[in-house]
Design a protein around this ligand. Structure first.
Ligand code: CA
Length: 172
């Protein structure tokens, strides 16, 4: 397994293995207005220069309109959005990235993340979420959050920016 070691300078100097998460997901469980769809124009993982890391197409929990698919949340264009239709009944939406075989947040240089609001309906904006990691695409561990925040009412705008979110968590 590819991983990293984090040394905890306690009495025993124990070494804790940091799981080599191949999968990361943005896991949203609340929007500004309940009983709504969920939407975002961009969700981006960031490198140490606070720049977007391009990843292959993500997957998500359910259906979306043809022009508002999950990959529209990671096309580096705030003019396109991902709309989760299922959120209105399921109250959960997730956007999952497979970093690839043998890849981890460390190999990809992922140090944090940010996301941007969509073009309309502020009530659909996420306001409570976690970031989770998984080694097997089945069991998930929270690596950032939960984040509960009031999101800007501005449209197509930066809503949350944490370029060092995973500092000390994912091996950096
Ligand atoms: Ca977009």
């Amino acid at each position: 397994m590819i991983g990293a070691s984090r040394v905890n300078f306690g009495l025993a100097n124990a070494v804790e293995e940091i799981p080599a998460y191949r999968y990361l997901r943005w896991y949203i469980t609340s929007t500004k207005t309940s009983g709504n769809y969920m939407q975002a124009s961009e969700f981006q993982f960031l490198n140490s220069s606070n720049s977007r890391i391009g990843l292959s197409n993500p997957s998500s929990e359910g259906s979306s309109p043809a022009s508002e698919q999950n990959y529209h949340a990671n096309d580096n264009n705030t003019g396109t959005k991902w709309l989760s239709l299922g959120f209105i009944s399921n109250s959960v939406a997730w956007l999952k990235f497979d970093l690839g075989s043998g890849q981890t947040p460390i190999t990809k240089g992922i140090k944090g993340y940010r996301w941007y609001t969509a073009n309309d309906h502020a009530g659909r904006d996420p306001d409570y979420w976690v970031i989770q990691g998984s080694v097997d695409n089945s069991n998930w561990t929270t690596v950032h959050g939960p984040i509960s925040t009031s999101v800007t009412g501005n449209r197509n705008s930066l809503a949350y920016n944490s370029p060092t979110a995973f500092s000390g968590v994912l091996g950096f």
